[in-house]
Design a protein. Sequence first.
Length: 330
Amino acid sequence: MSPMTHPLNPQFNQGTRLKEDQKGHKPYRGRFAPSPTGALHLGSLTTALGSWLDARAHDGRWLVRIEDVDTPRTAPGADQLILEQLKAYGLEWDEEPTWQSKRTSVYQKGLDQLITKDLIYGCQCSRKQIEDVLHQAGISMSPNQELIYPGTCREQHLSFENHALRMRLPENCVIDFVDQGLGKQSQDLNHQVGDFVLRRADGLFTYQLAVVVDDQAQGVTHVVRGADLLSNTARQIHLQCALGYETPHYLHLPLVTNTAGEKLSKQTQAAAIEMHSREIILATLNRAAHYLGIADTTLAHQTSVAQWLGVATERWKDRLAKGWVAKVTC
């Protein structure tokens, strides 16, 4: 396959779309999409800040989407706490926030479109069954690694009721794209992912489908997010093309890690950011700026959150003018 093309959509060419967007044909629309499993910590704040600064540096609009489609993982009250934290840190949004849990009918319409194209099939495989098949094939996987689906149920014609629903990949499905910081990226979906789930057996829609449908519905032109989500991008581009959607720009930011080198998260007991005083907020913003590569003495000496964000936006513009270079560890 030639670079920057897609098997389901011969007209897909991300390189061309990037040039068209840079000519100003589409106003910038970015978003921050936290999962409400707990309060924001330094890692998620850094992502929010990078996303917000990129929108402001482009004179664009910045949206907040609460990604609570996985309802069993949602912590009660976490969504409102996240919104309070964003406001305390001066990261104001431009439109009313949205909640994925209220949009399941929209995701179903997207799924129905793929079903009509015969791109969906039912799957009854458990994780243990998939692991056994991979083991028998001599493929070893680490405990936390995403399993490469071997296609066990592809031709079994199982019903869609009470089964997971997977996306049927075409042959030779290699997705090439350009990350605004990391440059050219490529992923062979057949050999690195396999047919992936869009609706779970319990009826819940997966992140992959929900984020693609929402980005299209909200007219998102730029996705700025953490490098831990880089491996999802090829799947999402594949879905965008299958659904006839536009593909946004992507910029994956460096991860904030703890002393053990682990990504900050609820699982690694990351502490919630505090918002009790201006001094703490400014100190935390400066730490986030360090991870984003825009920290300097000018930022460190700002005395109000609004002033700090104004200077940080100028620093971000400088980075854009020089060409973004980000070191990402996944």
